[in-house]
Design a binder for this molecule. Structure first.
Ligand code: UN1
Length: 512
């Protein structure tokens, strides 16, 4: 164990048999089957984790409902205090949790640390927010009346998260939901259950220390069937789901049918426009991290480069040189830039995409392939690849969760913006330019149609302070910063009459 993984697991409180209880934490034995968590880094089985059954789901919902009755009565700034302690605990375990995320999911250790840092950041944000859940006051049209709005907790928030950010996306939702007075039921990806279990250990201790019931934070391990139970359950007023567009459509439909609220953060097909006025050193660096970071498995990964014809050849050859210097290997070894894909299915999808782009007429700039031999035994390591393509290719219109970058040539900026917008997804976008007119046109009402539009930085690596999410098939939801918290609360408009008359609004007369 050269990377100290067992030590990390121990420090995070994860032991070999967890049934029973630990501080503030009860494990329910569902009698259901087990999921294996294999590391894509070395192909080793890390643990087997029991999935939930319908009965355990019911038990968890009851526990959550009871906890909500208590938690909603705690003043919001005091709820913030608890989240502050969670943030502090995360600071203490940053190295261990970052390592577990890296080992279980396959992203580089640096990115594992970055993911835990996002959790710490959102906790800090939520602590401040706990004193800023502001409503507006309005001037009533009626004399002796006052109007205002207040925000109340919503209830149980269901969180369905994906393997690629196995802990941070949960924390964006949970930290906000908790200060808003909600309780959470979290279904992490069944591909990274241990990272979820580690988080549950971290937070359970803190809730228990302050005498809060366990049900404020609930974890439920399972596959899409648990996701279905959550989506159809009218006891869960908000379902926040991150993952594929296919999954999001199912969740959105189920939640919509019962007129619940869903917050969807789905696929992206993110592009960087590189204009002839770009600082090319910056553009190459931005494109490189955007395309190969997390082995192309971020929803914000750069999938398309839309390059002005005059700089196209130069960008192409400089990128090819940069790609030739990438070191692929175990994500825990800090000399490596690129780790593995999550599993063999992801490798299959990567290979299919490469076949398709070629069949549609794409040309390899940097050819892909699966790595074999010593260090690559898991079979999940692939070469980051670049293809020249056209935007209308069916495969280019599609999000493949792998490090495949498509190069597309353009002549004028209007055309570039149309290409950038010409996909079904609308998450993240960027322009590399030192020309103010180009930058502003890109950000204007007639510019990028995405939820995120950047100038002179890449498409990935958003800070938590902004609202995160996108339009079109990305699902329209916004998580983390700005006023995203409003999705986690219900708004109530209150009109108070302190006069001795009862005038009707709109001047209506109704006298007997
Ligand atoms: C995701 O891939 O689901 O902006 C989230 C980023 C990260 C979050 C990505 N802060 O790339």
């Amino acid at each position: 164990d050269p990377f100290g993984i067992h030590l990390s697991l121990k420090n995070l409180g994860i032991h070999s048999t967890n049934l029973g209880s630990s501080t503030g934490l009860t494990w329910l034995d569902s009698g259901a089957s087990y999921f294996s968590s294999d590391s894509p880094a070395d192909g080793q089985l890390i643990a087997q984790v029991q999935g939930a059954s319908e009965d355990t789901y019911e038990a968890i919902i009851s526990q959550a409902s009871v906890a909500f009755e208590k938690w909603r009565l705690v003043p919001a700034p005091h709820r913030g205090e608890i989240v502050r302690e969670i943030g502090n605990s995360l600071r203490e375990v940053k190295a261990d949790l970052g390592k577990l995320v890296s080992y279980e999911m396959g992203k580089s250790y640096q990115e594992g640390l970055g993911e835990v840092q996002e959790m710490i950041d959102i906790c800090d944000f939520a602590v401040g927010l706990s004193r800023q859940l502001y409503g507006l006051t309005m001037h009533s049209e009626r004399p002796g009346h006052r109007m205002y709005e207040q925000w109340h907790p919503l209830g149980i928030v269901g969180i369905i998260s994906a393997f690629n950010f196995p802990v941070a996306v949960w924390s964006w939702n949970a930290a906000l939901a908790w200060v808003c007075g909600d309780v959470c039921i979290w279904k992490p990806s069944e591909k990274a259950p241990l990272s979820g279990i580690a988080c549950q250990y971290i937070v359970a201790k803190i809730f228990a220390k302050h005498g809060f019931p366990e049900g404020v934070s609930n974890l439920i391990i399972g596959d899409y069937r648990i996701g279905e139970l959550i989506s159809h359950d009218s006891r869960v007023p908000l379902v926040s789901a991150t993952g594929s567009t296919r999954m999001g459509k199912l969740v959105g439909k189920a939640v919509g049918e019962r007129l619940g609220r869903s917050l969807l953060e789905l696929g992206g097909n993110n592009a960087i426009i590189i204009t002839e006025h770009a600082d090319l050193d910056m553009a190459i660096r931005g494109a490189l991290f955007g395309a190969v970071g997390t082995a192309g498995q971020r929803c914000t990964t750069t999938r398309r480069l839309i390059i002005q014809a005059n700089v196209y050849e130069e960008v192409k050859s400089r990128l090819a040189t940069a790609y030739s210097k990438l070191v692929i290997g175990n994500p825990l070894d800090e000399k490596n830039h690129v780790g593995p894909l999550i599993d063999q299915d992801a490798v299959k999808n990567y290979l299919i995409a490469i076949e398709r782009v070629k069949a549609e007429g794409g040309k390899a700039v940097v050819e892909g392939g699966v790595l074999a031999g010593s260090g690559f035994e898991s079979g999940c390591y692939v070469k980051p690849a670049i293809y020249e393509a056209e935007n209308h290719f069916e495969i280019v219109q599609h999000e493949t969760f792998a490090p495949i970058l498509y190069l597309i040539k353009y002549e004028n900026l209007q055309e570039a913006i149309a290409l950038q917008n010409g996909v079904p997804q609308g998450l993240s976008s960027a322009i590399m330019t030192t020309n103010m007119r180009e930058a502003e046109a890109f950000l204007s009402v007639a510019g990028s149609d995405c939820g995120i539009a950047n100038v002179n930085i890449g498409t990935s690596g958003a800070e938590i302070g902004g609202a995160f999410g996108g339009e079109k098939e990305t699902g329209g939801g916004r998580e983390s910063g700005s006023d995203s918290w409003k999705a986690y609360m219900r708004r109530q408009t209150n009109t108070i009459n302190y006069s001795s008359q009862l005038p009707l609004a709109q001047g209506i007369k109704f006298d007997i």
